[in-house]
Design a protein around this ligand. Structure first.
Ligand SMILES: NC(=O)C1=CN([C@@H]2O[C@H](COP(=O)(O)OP(=O)(O)OC[C@H]3O[C@@H](n4cnc5c(N)ncnc54)[C@H](O)[C@@H]3O)[C@@H](O)[C@H]2O)C=CC1
Length: 483
């Protein structure tokens, strides 16, 4: 497959290059080989992208929602038709197994385009009668939205931000993570092929400095970031200086509680999905697994048995279901946490090592007897490292589960109906699961509370974050003034 894109950026409907920008090498995580190179956006490229987005959005916003939606839905169909090719590229970009990318990434992006495309025509204001007078509201676009992505879901993030933004009549300048620059360019290309007017969806490459240049620009009305909490703080502050709208999808250290009456097979399945899918590089992962003492050994036994069946290998092989870390840097970060876990006295019950092969492969890793104050129970690792903690009492475990700066997600496994809902209500987290983990359908709001974020992606809730209401007061009689 051709992994080298035609050019680094996609602006105003076409690929654009400026080789004066710092080179960014794209490394295939499964081999460590360079598979492409792009250039970071120069100030001239940033200008070009923002000018294009600024010039294009009013005409796009003036189109009917039905027309806008039709284009987004056409793009969704094209993505589905090209799912294989896009999934192979996503696997090169991220190292995630093709078995995952073919099932989730491009299709989840298509879901967002289809959902918000369908919704575009329904975005209306309301009529408020006030005696003879009345107020009507208009749901209007914000203008130019900037999207900044993380490296774990490059296609999905490009679509999750782009679809609601475009449905509401905005334009977007999207900056992918410098680690995974390839997939968003394809999204931009497909949107144009689907009939999107030029300048409405632009992609420029770069590191944090390019993101910062976008966020601080006066032409930008909204910023949506998927990234870590430290970056979120910087971007939120920069956006606040310009009183810009924000959506922040940040990190987590989410709890998963497995009660003694849970179906152990399902709980182990949930823990596997919530810790080892995408080699653990998922923001909402339930990495603090609280297991009731009565079933702890049974849980750990089944977990180890099932982990032993993981197919680790070439991510392009459809049988592989566990791939490498996205980069050498991320692998080293995770190895550092594994060392800390051992040094602080957690019991390593599975994995813990780098695999002896090319690429950035780690073993799926499980620590038991983890204590709440250990580093591996406090900090987001963003890798395949599960911490299993013991508990006996519901009230106590709820306190411990919520004792974190993060609030992205949380899960509970139990067959007690009332307990399940009581626990879900008690979680200080934006996205919760009962007897499941990490489902993210476009119909459901996704996002975090506490330090994990601001705003929600997906669902009807996203519309509030990509549009604003104008109210228009209409007086039917004379104006009464005091003088
Ligand atoms: N809540 C969510 O939806 C998700 C959150 N994440 C979080 O993302 C993190 C991993 O992704 P990374 O790419 O390492 O995160 P990161 O925070 O290092 O970078 C995220 C993006 O922000 C850009 N950036 C960095 N500094 C910036 C600045 N000063 N101004 C503007 N942009 C800047 C980066 O170039 C990148 O595109 C994890 O902490 C994870 O939890 C990842 C996926 C989903």
């Amino acid at each position: 497959m051709q992994t080298q894109p035609k050019a680094s950026h996609f602006i105003n409907g076409e690929y654009v290059e400026d080789t004066a920008g710092t080179p960014i090498e794209v490394i295939y995580a499964a081999t460590g080989e360079k598979i492409a190179q792009v250039h970071s956006a120069t100030p001239a490229i940033v200008e070009q992208a923002l000018d294009a987005a600024r010039a294009a959005w009013p005409a796009w916003a003036a189109m009917s929602g039905t027309e806008r939606g039709r284009i987004l839905r056409r793009a969704a169909d094209m993505i589905r038709d090209r799912n294989h090719e896009l999934s192979v590229l996503e696997t090169y970009d991220t190292g995630k197994p093709y078995q995952e990318t073919i099932a989730v990434d491009a299709t989840s992006g298509a879901d967002a385009l289809e959902y918000f495309g369908g919704m575009a025509a329904t975005l209306t204001g309301e009529h408020i009668q006030l005696g003879d007078d009345w107020v009507y509201t208009r749901r209007e676009a914000l203008g130019v939205c900037v999207g900044i992505g993380a490296w774990n879901y490059p296609t999905q993030i490009a679509c999750w931000k782009g679809a609601p933004a475009l449905a509401c009549g905005n334009s977007m300048v999207f900056k992918p993570s410098e680690t995974t620059p390839l997939c968003a360019l394809k999204v931009a290309e497909i949107l144009i092929d689907a009939g999107l007017p030029k300048g409405i969806y632009n992609v420029i490459q770069g590191l944090g400095d390019v993101g910062a240049a976008l966020v601080t620009d006066d032409r930008v009305d909204k910023v949506s970031l998927t990234g870590s909490v430290p970056t979120g703080r910087k971007v939120y502050a920069a956006a606040a200086a310009g009183i810009k709208h924000v959506t922040m999808e940040l990190g987590g250290k989410s709890p998963m509680i497995v009660f003694e009456d849970a179906d152990i097979e399902n709980a182990v399945g949930g823990a596997i999905l919530g810790n080892f899918y995408s080699s653990g590089q998922v923001c909402s992962n339930g990495t603090r697994v609280f297991v009731h003492k009565d079933i702890k050994e049974a849980f750990l036994k089944r977990l180890s048995e099932r982990l032993a069946t993981a197919v680790i290998g070439d991510p392009q092989d459809p049988d592989t279901n566990f791939g490498p870390m996205v980069s050498e840097r991320q692998m080293d970060i995770v190895l550092g946490y594994i060392e800390k876990g051992q040094a602080e006295g957690a019991r390593l019950v599975y994995g813990g090592k780098r695999l002896d092969r090319d690429g950035f492969y780690l073993e799926p890793t499980v620590f038991a007897d983890v204590k709440d104050d250990m580093t591996i129970a406090r900090e987001e690792i963003f890798g395949p490292v599960m911490a299993v903690l013991d508990f006996e009492d519901e009230a106590d475990v709820m306190k411990r589960a919520n004792d974190t700066e993060f609030g992205l997600a949380a899960g509970v496994f139990t067959n007690d109906l009332t307990r399940a809902h009581r626990v879900a209500a008690g979680f200080e987290a934006g996205t919760c699961f009962i007897n499941s983990y990490n489902d993210a359908p476009v119909e459901a709001p996704f996002g975090g509370s506490k330090n994990s974020g601001v705003g929600r992606e997906n669902s009807k809730a996203a519309i509030e974050h990509y549009s604003q209401l104008k109210s228009v007061y209409v007086r039917m009689g004379d104006v009464e003034a005091p003088f």
